[in-house]
Write a protein that binds this ligand. Structure first.
Ligand code: F6R
Length: 611
């Protein structure tokens, strides 16, 4: 959730760290700070607020910012301690010999803090992180690596850390347990970060740390050890995202850019994966042999938030096309409800970032219980992708906007390809599979067509931008989209919105309907449309204004709805995609009209790496 970046090399340090922080700002952003070694001392500068505020303070405090040095930096999303100057990272030990930035939660920090205070350590913050700096300092006897390893052994909880010491100005020590750390390997320089977006403008060669790894990073070498200081080998990987993908490219917001790049994102997701001849999808990353495929008895999709909504669409796909009983588990709940896992249960973890702590915990629980486990992730080399071993990458490119958009679309497409593949190993007829595969190939064109409705959606969004509450209703394949539409609206515009199955509305929530509470009804022409028309009538009778999505050419919907967003005709399998894009645009324009911080909504972080 917080962002970490560290640099050792010959570039101007401030520029490099600030650039890295800006790329990471989307992960968490209530405060930020840097620490670097200057004249054999550690200097720390931090600020509450955005990275731009930090940069301003740095420019006021440092006359010439062009120097090179070893340094670390952080953007914070508060867990322990309110967002404030004193709680911002980096944190120092009492003597100012070590500086630490940290992502994660140290669960036993209170006990450790008590012990350290008894030894005379003076604490300057309310954070859990500060104990790490004091512990390292207490354990330091001239060997930096040994002190860090010994300190980490005392911690319970999760961490991704980067540490510098005034005694070792040529190195950064980084370590991970539960929070990602990646090292970018350059020419006479290394950049360490919690997320590859911070380093792709410098290098594409990276090393991902595994849990319990500790890396000693110097400008010419990286030495990786385990917690017992025994050397371990980690491969050098190549990142194929280009730096431009992490820029706004002329759009006002990353969210809008990512909405508009969904056609090309889908092209990348399906590239080389559709085989019409064989009437199947080629998903070699799954690595299941035909016997394993045919013997899957049931599927559990574990995910959170938007990824869980994509999973709910997937549930329909697997049951409809492959005939495999499927359920969707909110990942945080998964391991606490003692899920029934049989030897032939497949657990699919869906996660854009591949780092969501609850989804990762579900993966580990499933593996312990002997399930087959597969991941659907966007971030290559992410923890879930690596721990599942089997899976499918979205190849959607970096998603920077906090509100997930293109990841949802590509997750739905991926689940649809999986359902076709699984279906072909059992009851799905060749002709029907070909129909679905051809429809998938047509999705990029459908998305382009959908995006043409943007001006009309903007007009409608402006009209309703002053509302305080809204309901989204859908049925069948559009029920999960109603949930997703409501989530998009609340997270970026702060309007209270609820997604409901259209039939469920009258079992209670209908009591809330009145003229100030619009209902967004997903009334596209797919099975169940007649029923949703009745549900719209029920809402209209309670005076709610109705905004509907409908299939181009449909005249019935406009007789009931106050405003209609027309979308291209397509089968029910891909309606979730065209419809969600309309709802993403609707939320975007409402939020823009209300002057909200669209790419960085309050209280949210892109990747939720704490449970
Ligand atoms: C909403 C959103 C979140 C994420 C959720 C899971 O727009 O982005 O609900 O979908 O935090 O994240 P991933 O997919 O990275 O596991």
């Amino acid at each position: 959730m917080c962002g970490i970046v560290g640099y050792v090399g010959n570039r101007p340090l401030i520029d490099t760290l600030i650039n890295g922080l800006k790329r990471l700002e989307y992960r968490g952003y209530d405060s930020s700070g840097i620490a670097f070694i200057e004249n054999n001392e550690i200097r720390v500068i931090k600020e509450v607020g955005k990275v731009a505020t930090l940069l301003k303070t740095i420019s006021q405090e440092i006359e010439n910012t062009e120097f090179s040095a070893t340094g670390i930096a952080h953007t914070r999303w508060a867990t322990h301690g309110e967002p404030s100057h004193r709680n911002s990272h980096p944190h120092l030990d009492s003597k100012g010999n070590f500086a630490v930035v940290h992502n994660g939660i140290i669960e036993n920090y209170a006990a450790l803090k008590g012990q350290l205070m008894a030894k005379g350590c003076k604490f300057n913050s309310d954070t859990d992180t500060e104990v790490i700096a004091h512990l390292i300092s207490e354990l330091y006897e001239g060997d930096f690596l040994k002190a860090v390893a010994a300190a980490l052994k005392q911690l319970n909880g999760t961490y991704g850390i980067a540490v510098i010491s005034k005694f070792h100005p040529d190195m950064i020590i980084a370590a991970r347990k539960g929070s990602p750390i990646v090292i970018g390997v350059g020419n006479e320089e290394m950049i360490v970060a919690s997320d590859i977006s911070a380093l792709i403008s410098y290098t594409r060669k990276v090393i991902y740390l595994d849990d319990n790894d500790i890396a000693v990073i110097k400008k010419n070498e990286v030495d990786i050890r385990n917690i017992d200081i025994i050397p371990v080998n980690r491969e050098l990987a190549h990142v194929d995202w280009d730096a431009g993908a992490a820029e706004k490219g002329g759009f006002d917001h990353f969210m809008l850019k990512e909405i508009y790049e969904q056609d090309s994102a889908v092209v990348n997701t399906i590239r080389g994966r559709i085989n019409i001849e064989e009437a199947t999808a080629i998903l070699s990353g799954l690595g299941f042999n035909p016997r394993e495929l045919a013997s899957i008895s049931n599927i559990i999709i574990a995910a959170c938030g938007t990824s869980m909504h994509a999973g709910l669409v997937g549930e329909y796909f697997f049951e409809d096309l492959a005939g495999i009983p499927t359920e969707v588990a909110q990942a945080a709940e998964f391991r606490y409800r003692n899920p029934i896992i049989r030897p032939d249960t497949l657990v699919i973890a869906v996660s854009q970032s591949g780092e969501t702590a609850d989804t990762l915990a579900a993966v580990r629980e499933s593996k312990n219980k002997g399930a087959l486990v597969a991941g659907i992730c966007n971030v290559v080399g992410s923890t879930i992708a690596r721990e599942t071993g089997s899976g499918i990458y979205l190849h959607a490119g970096p998603e920077i906007g906090v509100a997930s958009t293109k990841a949802f679309t590509c997750q739905v497409i991926t689940l649809l390809m999986m359902a076709v593949k699984f279906g072909r190993s059992r009851r799905l007829a060749r002709n029907r599979a070909i129909e679905v595969l051809e429809e998938i190939q047509n999705v990029p064109a459908l998305i382009k067509e959908t995006l043409k409705s943007a001006p009309e959606i903007e007009r409608i969004a402006k009209k309703y931008s002053g509302i305080d509450n809204a309901f989204y209703i859908g049925r069948g394949y559009l029920y999960p989209v109603a949930l997703e539409g409501a989530l998009k609206l609340k997270e970026i515009s702060y309007i209270h919105a609820e997604g409901y199955h259209a039939a469920e509305l009258k079992h209670g929530p209908i009591a809330l309907l009145e003229e100030k509470v619009p209902v967004i009804a997903l009334a596209n022409d797919i099975p169940g449309k007649d029923k949703i028309l009745s549900n719209m009538q029920e809402c209209k009778a309670r005076k709610s204004p109705i905004i509907a999505t409908a299939t181009i050419g449909d005249l019935e919907v406009q007789n009931i709805a106050n405003d209609v967003i027309y979308l291209p005709r397509c089968s029910e399998y891909v309606t979730p995609i065209v419809t969600v894009i309309a709802l993403q645009l609707f939320s975007y324009y409402v939020a823009r009209e209300r002057g909200c911080s669209i790419d960085q909504p309050r209280n949210l972080a892109k990747s939720v790496t704490v449970e």
